[in-house]
Design a protein around this ligand. Structure first.
Ligand code: NAD
Ligand code: MG
Length: 297
């Protein structure tokens, strides 16, 4: 398999076409997906860009968060991994990969909709890693609902709390601990600008994540803390099969992008590394779209 430095055709680099419907109960497991997603396990090559960094990664068990956690570790960072307790088996695979990279992995399961737990993650990171200088907010909830009549207040609230409130709680708690040079990378979506009719609550949170990040980026830049955003397009992760899309959308998933295929989590990792590392020192409040070619504002 080629790594991220090997000259290759992006059209044919990964699985082409859609996917078999394969519903999982939420939050879903990467280990149950077929075909197996690529999180960079056998391909991501670090170049020391995050040497000695202390990272908190939410949603680090699977999908894009797993790819970011693996890449951060191979770039030299120690990592606190958060995820829901039901995802313990996925998280343990990631922790093993972080440790194989010679870095410390700390497992921190819990529910980000619980304010106390979300806030406590910063203290956990400071205690376990001796500080914190990198926050990657990757966790997210996406459940499609075709008709506004069926979108419950409970779901609306949970999507908001998972995707937006937890980011606010973690960043507010982290700022007093973040030394100049620290970086925060948040996760939006193409849905932040091109909302699907069946993702009313989710798309709203993704627009909010862009806006909160742009506001915070300006506020924190004078402190030497940079805030940026990665906005993925369709990516092959458990989020999509565990209620993120209707089952009958899976055969088409990702095929309408200009590259004609879904992205793999491994293709997102370099964006997180770039925005987390000092090589992006003059990039502040930016949204890096990694979406297979869909135009964005
Ligand atoms: P994923 O399911 O692998 O990751 C999402 C993670 O969020 C889960 O692993 C889970 O650990 C975490 N999470 C959800 N609810 C939680 C809660 N209440 N408490 C603690 N953790 C919770 O899927 P993914 O696609 O890798 O998602 C990662 C991010 O990428 C999300 O923010 C998602 O919105 C975003 N994104 C994904 C796509 C895509 O097509 N997959 C597209 C655009 C944006
Ligand atoms: Mg998961």
């Amino acid at each position: 398999m080629t790594d991220q430095f090997t000259f290759s055709n992006p059209v044919t680099l990964y699985h082409q076409g859609g996917f078999e419907p394969q519903p999982q109960d939420g939050p879903g497991l990467a280990s149950q997906q077929s075909p197996k997603p690529d999180h960079g396990e056998s391909t991501y090559r670090g170049t020391g860009r995050l040497t000695g960094r202390k990272a908190l990664v939410t949603g680090a068990d699977s999908g894009i968060g797993r790819a970011a956690a693996i890449a951060f570790a191979r770039e030299g960072a120690d990592v606190v991994l958060t995820y829901l307790p039901a995802e313990e088996s996925d998280a343990r695979e990631v922790a093993a990969l972080v440790e194989e990279a010679g870095r410390k992995a700390v497992l921190a399961p819990g529910d980000l909709t619980d304010e106390q737990f979300a806030r406590s993650l910063v203290a956990t990171t400071v205690r376990e890693l001796g500080g914190i200088d990198l926050v990657a907010n990757v966790a997210g909830k996406q459940q499609h609902v075709e008709d506004i009549a069926d979108l419950t207040s409970a779901q609306f609230d949970e999507t908001m709390r998972t995707n937006v409130h937890s980011l606010f709680w973690i960043v507010q708690e982290a700022v007093p601990h973040l030394p100049p040079g620290s970086t925060i990378v948040n996760t939006a979506s193409i849905q932040g600008y091109q909302p699907s009719p069946n993702l009313v609550d989710y798309a709203t949170t993704k627009a909010a994540i862009i806006t909160i990040s742009q506001a915070l980026a300006q506020q924190l830049a004078p402190k030497g803390i940079r805030v940026n955003v990665v906005a993925p397009g369709p990516v092959w992760t458990p989020l999509q099969v565990a209620g993120g899309q209707p089952d009958d959308a899976m055969p088409e998933f990702g095929t309408s992008t200009p590259l004609g295929r879904a992205g793999q989590p491994a293709e997102l990792a370099p964006a997180y590394v770039f925005l987390a590392s000092p090589e992006s020192s003059y990039v502040v409040g930016e949204v890096l779209n990694v979406n297979g070619g869909m135009p964005t504002p």
